[in-house]
Design a protein around this ligand. Structure first.
Ligand code: NPW
Ligand code: ADP
Ligand code: K
Length: 493
């Protein structure tokens, strides 16, 4: 499946380079700004056909330039338009200066703007060029607009959102709609940025897409184009042993449910055989609730060695309900030493908090066989320095973690990022908030384990698993529980 334009992401700096390449190839850069401003105007008029007054807020760079184009076009459409500028507009340069010189709408200083009833705001203060926290006057205007409840249409990004990281730089508008150009930026998907964008529209302003593709930053929106070719298919020759064997480790008798959720999810994701490997004291609890999933007592390191003699047992999930301690570390080390594929989740991750390097060393060699699925707290236990570095985006953190651990990393959240040691990364956007429910992470671990069992490489299995989890949640509806979620997992093709 081709990488569609909707899946492409460019950081603001990469977009700036594309912009420069377009100008160098002879494309009229003011023409691009004109198209950008016209597209904003079309979006504003479509969303607010009865708008009483359109208030365009223009900043000191090209984002402001788009605003001057929009102000002119809105006035030409017959609408009432007011214009406010940040800084000294006589200092505008290049295309933005041209746009201002062609804009007949009189402008006033930004600080003098107080929203009136019926105002629709076009936010063209900062876009890709936001370089630091917004100045106090912008903080004030954001607050005034919030308090007035006036609708905002953002040009490129809501001012105050860092397009690379999605971070709020001091303050940021909460837009109803955002019009961006050529591709979305990471800040449109990463939290909290995503919550400030409203609906996002990506407009082709005429930069040849080959210039965008030449800037491939190995970052995409998660979707089937990333992993469909690696997704296992079943055909008439399918046999349960050929469809792989997944083993999920159960916790003690008091904590068995999480493993069963993962096991059932692995089966739904297509693993031919699934076994819950359980301590003997939990056999009864597990046996009372399992049908298609098999059960095997595995208590000690020797039990595990015996279990691992069957080389068809290739894929494992360890962590949900397992307990934190030396047993988790010893089991993981044995799985690593025998070339197994492992999803390490929850307690399995926490078990290595004191010595993450022991985990990374165990899986250091060869193609990645480990998938780590930390939520934010677990991520910080394995990668405290990355979690603490404010300059890193969630994408940077996941990528550096993946490289360090030689693992596919699923950095979970509403904006899960999946990264590979080779630098590939995707941001997931199909997960509904109804997934914030106990046990949904166990289900995800099971789906990914089921895909690993079928031979899918770690990064592809991780990305596909997160996407299929999101699809299942959407189908399961707003009141989903981890159990109902499982019933909606669909291998999709
Ligand atoms: N990509 C494309 O193809 C196309 C892109 N287009 C548009 O161009 C936009 C990018 O333009 P841009 O690079 O001029 O950046 P922009 O966001 O206007 O801000 C830069 C200005 O703000 C200033 N500044 C920054 N932070 C600040 C702060 N905290 N507080 C105060 N000042 C601050 C900074 O000043 P400096 O940092 O130099 O002091 C500079 O003056 C892009 O978002 C899109 O809308 C379209 O026109 C068509 C084609
Ligand atoms: N608000 C949200 N929107 C979308 N997905 C979410 C949200 N909150 C959590 N999720 C997803 O739900 C799962 C929760 O996993 P986890 O935090 O391990 O919870 P648990 O331990 O309860 O299973 C993850 O896949 C995460 O990405
Ligand atoms: K903006």
């Amino acid at each position: 499946m081709a990488k569609g334009r909707d899946n492409w992401l460019l950081t603001p700096s990469a977009m700036g380079e594309v912009d420069a390449a377009a100008a160098a190839s002879g494309i009229d850069s003011f023409g691009l700004m004109e198209k950008a401003g016209q597209a904003v105007t079309a979006a504003v008029l479509k969303l607010f056909p009865g708008g009483e007054r359109f208030v365009v807020l223009c900043g000191p760079g090209n984002n402001g330039g788009d605003g001057y184009v929009a102000a002119r076009a809105l006035q030409e459409s017959g609408a009432a338009v007011a214009l406010y500028h940040l800084g000294d507009p006589s200092k505008l340069k290049g295309d933005a200066a041209t746009a201002r010189s062609r804009c007949p709408v009189p402008a006033e200083a930004l600080e003098t703007y107080f929203p009136m009833r019926g105002d629709v705001i076009v936010d063209a203060i900062f876009g890709a060029g936001l370089a630091r926290s917004v100045p106090p006057v912008v903080v004030d205007i954001v607050r005034r607009v919030d308090e007035a409840g006036a609708p905002v249409v953002a040009v490129d990004l809501p001012s105050g959102i860092d397009g690379r990281t999605g971070t709020v730089m001091g303050a940021a508008f909460k837009a109803r709609h955002t019009v961006t150009f050529m591709t979305r930026k990471p800040g449109h998907l990463l939290l909290p940025g995503r919550l400030h964008c409203g609906s996002v529209e990506t407009v082709d302003i005429g930069i040849p897409f080959r210039l965008v593709e030449a800037k491939d930053v190995h970052l995409f929106v998660n979707g089937p184009q990333e992993w469909l070719a690696a997704l296992p298919t079943t055909d008439a020759t399918a046999h349960k042993f050929r469809r792989g064997h997944l083993t999920v480790f159960s916790g003690p008798a008091t904590a068995t449910g999480a493993a069963r959720l993962a096991a059932a999810a692995g089966l739904r994701a297509g693993a031919g055989l699934v076994t819950v490997a359980t301590p003997p004291d939990a056999i009864a609890a597990n046996a009372a609730h399992l049908t298609a999933v098999m059960l095997k007592a595995v208590e000690t390191g020797n039990d595990l060695d015996d279990y691992l003699r069957d080389e068809r047992r290739t894929a494992f999930v360890l962590g949900p309900g397992f307990g934190v301690g030396p047993k988790a570390r010893a089991f993981v080390t044995a799985l690593a030493a025998t070339g197994r594929h492992l999803v390490l989740d929850a307690d399995g991750i926490t078990a290595f908090a004191e010595d993450p390097q022991a985990l990374f060393s165990a899986f250091a060699d060869g193609a990645p066989r480990l998938v780590l699925t930390p939520h934010e707290g677990e991520f910080a236990r394995l990668f405290p320095d990355l979690a603490d570095d404010p300059a890193l985006s969630k994408v940077d953190r996941a990528r550096q973690a993946a490289a360090r651990a030689n693992a596919a990393v699923v950095y979970k959240g509403a904006d899960s990022v999946i990264a590979a040691p080779d630098g590939r990364a995707v941001i997931n956007e199909n997960a509904p908030a109804s997934l914030a429910t106990a046990g949904s992470g166990d289900v995800l671990a099971g789906i990914v384990g089921g895909l690993l069992a079928q031979g899918m490489p770690a990064f592809e299995a991780a990305a596909a698993g997160v996407w299929l989890h999101g699809e299942a949640a959407s189908k399961a509806g707003a009141s989903l529980t981890a159990e109902t979620l499982i019933n909606h997992i669909d291998r999709w093709h």
